[in-house]
Design a protein around this ligand. Structure first.
Ligand code: T1G
Length: 694
């Protein structure tokens, strides 16, 4: 049973014991009910304490049970809370570390609540695309007031227990030993005559509840445009305010049942688990010893190097920053300082923290100063010859056991490792620009990269707040290899009849932050041009529409040259459709004897997204990525894929691989169809009626 029951001089202590976070799975729920009933039947017991072992009071319902029979099997959480609330003997919830979701709802069903400071208190269900489903939308407003409760429920954000000390949620904040305080409090209330206070019997006081709720609804509506849950939270709270606790509970239940089936909730739960699963590498045991990373060195103080350095400084890790020339070093330091000054101006960073962080940087022009670094990340020019010089030098100066990481985005990490006598210590750490902002970090595993190097980098990634995904060595790793097929389709569609603004509009309506042409104008069309030139050499069989080359030949590299696929005005980043470019595209179709046709938005979205899915399936087949959710995490955190669709692979599952396969076969039979080599994995899974994610 995932619950322990002990007695202490007339007080029964029911301890949730279901590691890692005392999720309220079926056995835990049954254990609580059993404990409450046992205490009722023991005349020696005057009061009950409910608490959690380990690192949480409770992290809420067991999300892994969702949409399985266990989730609704009695005793449901609602039954458990009802049992607690109707106990004749007072129940005292003793909260430490985490009381979230159903965990907080359980505590709200108790008669009294005692909390240790520093506990995270939250109803984060909205972040999973659902809403509190065990009375939270009814009890929290009665415990802490309508406004504070609605903020917590709609944002899902945690509040520290000490900030709620005078909110009406806790009867006591236990500065010392929580268990002792809870036992003492229980003995005190156990001596009192019942009935004991119930949160559900409190009133919701607000001078203008209706007005506030309307205000909340208006402000949430824009933010929540693709997510149904936040507005449903407001509906449930409003029902309780207007029609009383029981009617409110019924509305909450209806909303929960509706939301838990939505594709948005499935996507959010997929991302929740995907984020955690990414740090698990199938053949690297979770207890693999890691190397201590006390000192980091970054080679290159350019845009990437500076951003990379900031990640470590932000985590309090000192960085030695190496450049070849003093002015490059000074420029890099100035850029880092400017970034921190901007954060101070926005109130995101305390002024004193700026100097503390700058003090963590040791600038140098000498490789000898890297000799104590535990991790060295190079972010030098993306050319193999340059990487060779750097890694040969590192092989001489870096201490034994230092991890040597390359930020390369296109080069072969095995070749880079071979420049050293320690390939086992070499790994790719592919940051995404701006490196101090983008969450994604592709950790590229060379064939000789040691397991403890991987374990160390994955753990360090968490510390610098990155979502790290392991990729094998291939051209473009996971993200860029897939985006290349996406761009190929975008270019073919220009040649076949579409225009940049239409393609961008269609995929941005689907939910991408930015379409391929606005993105390319932002990043610089010359970057793609260089990659295509390399591609034409290495893979002449992979044909591209030449339309992008034609554009680059006119020097239209995008925002940085005042014009690219779109026209731009000085000081204005708005992308204006360009008559000149549109005419160039039409002329190019003529040159290639391509009969232009109207291409619908649905086809645009299918060809762009299924190009990602098809390449993602090949990446899985080749073992470059170990799981489909890893590919989804790459796209959700690095490429602006819409979170409410869960990533390309989950989206393909939502569409159904049977339909994805049919669409790909259809495109393979059209002009430029040779780009569509259906990944066998899609056909296999479709034939079995399965998806990528089970
Ligand atoms: N259910 C199942 N597993 C969970 C879980 C949960 N609620 N919370 C965490 N885990 C797993 C997680 O997958 C990981 O697994 C391990 O625990 C450690 O998590 C009716 C229906 C609690 C703040 O949304 O925010 O209640 O990778 O790495 O950094 O209204 O976990 O080790 O195999 O995140 O210390 C609402 C979600 C549920 C809280 C701890 N509750 N969890 O953070 O550890 S819905 C939540 C968190 C609900 C009711 C509704 C965090 C944490 P593994 P971790 P952490």
């Amino acid at each position: 049973m995932a619950v322990d029951y002990t007695t202490h001089d007339g007080v029964a202590v029911i301890t949730l014991n279901n590691p890692p976070v005392n999720g309220l799975g079926l056995s835990t729920r049954a254990g609580i009910v059993e404990g409450i009933e046992r205490a009722q039947n023991d005349p020696a017991i005057k009061a009950i304490v409910l608490t959690g072992a380990g690192k949480a009071f409770s992290g809420g319902a067991d999300i892994t049970e969702f949409n399985t029979p266990k989730a609704t099997q009695e005793p449901t959480l609602a039954t458990v809370i009802k049992t607690v609330e109707s106990s004749a003997k007072p129940v005292v919830a003793a909260i430490h570390s985490v009381a979230m979701g159903g965990g907080l709802e359980l505590a709200l069903g108790a008669h009294y609540r005692i909390a240790a400071p520093g506990a995270q208190i939250a109803l984060p269900e909205v972040k999973l695309g659902i809403l509190p489903g065990a009375g939270g939308t009814q009890r929290l407003p009665r415990a802490i007031g309508l406004e504070a409760a609605l903020n917590m429920i709609v944002s899902g954000a945690p509040v520290m227990s000490q900030q709620l000390a005078r909110s009406g949620l806790f009867d006591e904040l236990a500065e010392g030993d929580l268990a002792e305080a809870a036992l003492a409090f229980a003995r005190k209330v156990g001596a009192k005559e019942g009935p004991h206070p119930k949160v559900r019997e409190r009133k919701i006081e607000h001078p203008n509840a209706e007005g506030f709720i309307q205000f909340a609804r208006n402000s949430v509506a824009t933010l929540a445009k693709n997510f149904p849950a936040p507005l449903k939270c407001i509906d449930a709270v409003e029902a309780g305010v207007k029609n009383g606790f029981d009617k409110g509970l019924a509305v909450e239940r209806e909303c929960f049942v509706a939301l838990v089936q939505t594709p948005e909730s499935r996507a959010l739960r997929h991302a929740f688990f995907g984020e955690r699963a990414a740090s698990k590498i199938p053949d690297v045991p979770a207890d693999t010893p890691v190397r201590e990373i006390r000192q980091v060195a970054v080679i290159g103080a350019g845009t990437m190097g500076g951003g990379i350095a900031m990640n470590f400084i932000n985590a309090g890790i000192p960085v030695t920053l190496l450049e070849t020339k003093q002015e490059a070093l000074d420029r890099g330091l100035a850029t880092i300082r400017k970034n921190y000054e901007a954060s101070v101006k926005k109130g995101k960073l305390k002024p004193e923290a700026l100097e503390e962080r700058m003090a963590l940087i040791t600038p140098t022009l000498s490789y000898d100063d890297l000799k104590n670094a535990d991790l060295i990340v190079e972010a030098v020019f993306e050319e193999l010859g340059v990487k060779e010089q750097v890694f040969k030098r590192l092989d001489e100066v870096a201490k034994s056991g230092a991890i040597l990481a390359s930020n390369t985005s296109t080069l072969d990490v095995d070749k880079i490792a071979a420049f050293t006598r320690r390939p086992q210590d070499v790994v790719g750490m592919h940051f995404f620009s701006p490196a101090n902002v983008m969450k994604l970090l592709e950790v590229v595993r060379g064939k000789e990269t040691a397991k403890d190097v991987l374990a160390t980098v994955m753990k360090l990634a968490k510390k610098i707040k990155k979502t790290a995904v392991v990729s094998g060595v291939c051209d473009g790793f996971i993200g860029n290899r897939m985006i290349e097929q996406y761009i190929r389709q975008a270019l073919f569609m220009l040649e076949e009849g579409a225009l940049p603004a239409q393609v961008d509009r269609a995929i941005e309506k689907f939910g991408f932050a930015m379409g391929p042409f606005r993105m390319s104008d932002l990043a610089g069309n010359d970057i793609g041009w260089a990659i295509r030139k390399r591609r034409y050499q290495e893979h002449p069989e992979m044909h591209y529409s030449k339309i992008a080359d034609r554009l680059c030949e006119t020097g239209r590299f995008g925002q940085k040259t005042g014009g690219g696929w779109y026209d731009y005005k000085a000081g204005d980043r708005t992308a204006y459709p360009s008559k000149l470019v549109d005419e160039m595209i039409v002329a190019h179709s003529k040159e290639t004897n391509t009969q232009r046709r109207k291409i619908g938005d649905d086809e645009i979205v299918e060809r762009l997204v299924f190009a990602l899915v098809n390449e993602g399936a090949k990446i899985l087949e080749e073992g470059i990525a170990s799981k489909a959710s890893d590919i989804d995490m790459v796209y959700l955190t690095g490429y602006g894929f819409p979170l409410y669709r869960g990533g390309p692979m989950l989206y393909a599952d939502t569409v159904g691989l049977y339909n994805v396969e049919r669409a790909i076969r259809r495109y393979a039979s059209q002009p430029n169809g040779d780009a569509w080599q259906l990944a066998p994995r899609i056909a296999e899974l479709a034939a079995q009626g399965r998806g990528f994610n089970g």
